[in-house]
Write a new protein. Structure first.
Length: 229
């Protein structure tokens, strides 16, 4: 994370501006059981480590800075991230890391809920479920943090204990630090970064809200091209 903070400090505010917005999803919000089943299907077979979805050796990582009570972030989860995950993450060449932005009590509760779910390797299930149960007109999901955990079938006692882990505060602070350095003013913000190739070249791009699937996919492909076949 320290290297990412240093890299973002070198990227001028407004770098990689978006050309077009994500298409808004106007379909009805699914019921909690249906949404949980949808998330399980979407993420089945994809490894998770903490807040990272995908292979730990993936040469390209997409960092998503988002608030779990953000309506635009909920739209992006459905219209941008879901198809991006389906297209790139199962290949093992792209991983996505959720970087939580906390801006209020409910946001804090949901973030801790996701971090606690990560102990059981289901942080992304929790994040995607929270967004599926949200709408642009609602401040956060139409379910309590504990109901989200229950819908995913998480071990309740372990999840509750995990909510109190002290290291969550430092992870949240790291995300806030990058957001401050990058002068992020609206969310979600995506940072696409590659590992160095054989020539020592590395790809880095910051996509500020709003970001379309077309733009994020194109940026991921550019990063993959830098890493080589």
């Amino acid at each position: 994370m320290a290297s990412l903070v240093s890299a973002i400090a070198l990227v001028a505010p407004g770098a990689s501006p978006t050309a077009d917005a994500a298409v808004h999803n106007t379909s009805p919000r699914p019921s909690l059981p249906h949404a949980a089943a949808q998330v399980r299907t979407q993420l089945r077979g994809i490894p998770q480590t903490g807040l990272t979805l995908g292979s730990s050796s993936a040469p390209v990582t997409v960092f998503e800075y988002a608030d779990l009570v953000c309506g635009a972030c909920a739209q992006a989860a459905t219209n941008v991230l879901a198809p991006l995950i389906r297209r790139f993450v199962p290949t093992g060449r792209v991983a996505i890391r959720f970087e939580p932005i906390v801006e209020g009590p409910l946001s804090d509760q949901l973030t801790h809920g996701a971090l606690a779910a990560g102990v059981q390797r289901h942080a992304w299930d929790y994040v995607q479920l929270a967004y599926l149960r949200s709408s642009p007109l609602r401040y956060g999901p139409a379910a309590s943090p504990e109901r989200l955990a229950h819908a995913l079938g998480l071990h309740r006692r372990l999840w509750r204990r995990s909510l109190r882990r002290r290291r969550w505060a430092s992870l949240i602070e790291q995300s806030a630090r990058v957001a401050l350095l990058g002068q992020f003013s609206s969310y979600p913000v995506f940072i696409v970064r590659s590992t160095p190739n054989v020539f020592g070249q590395r790809f880095l791009s910051v996509l500020r809200a709003p970001t379309s699937l077309r733009q994020l996919s194109s940026t991921v492909r550019k990063a993959l091209n830098v890493t080589g076949p």
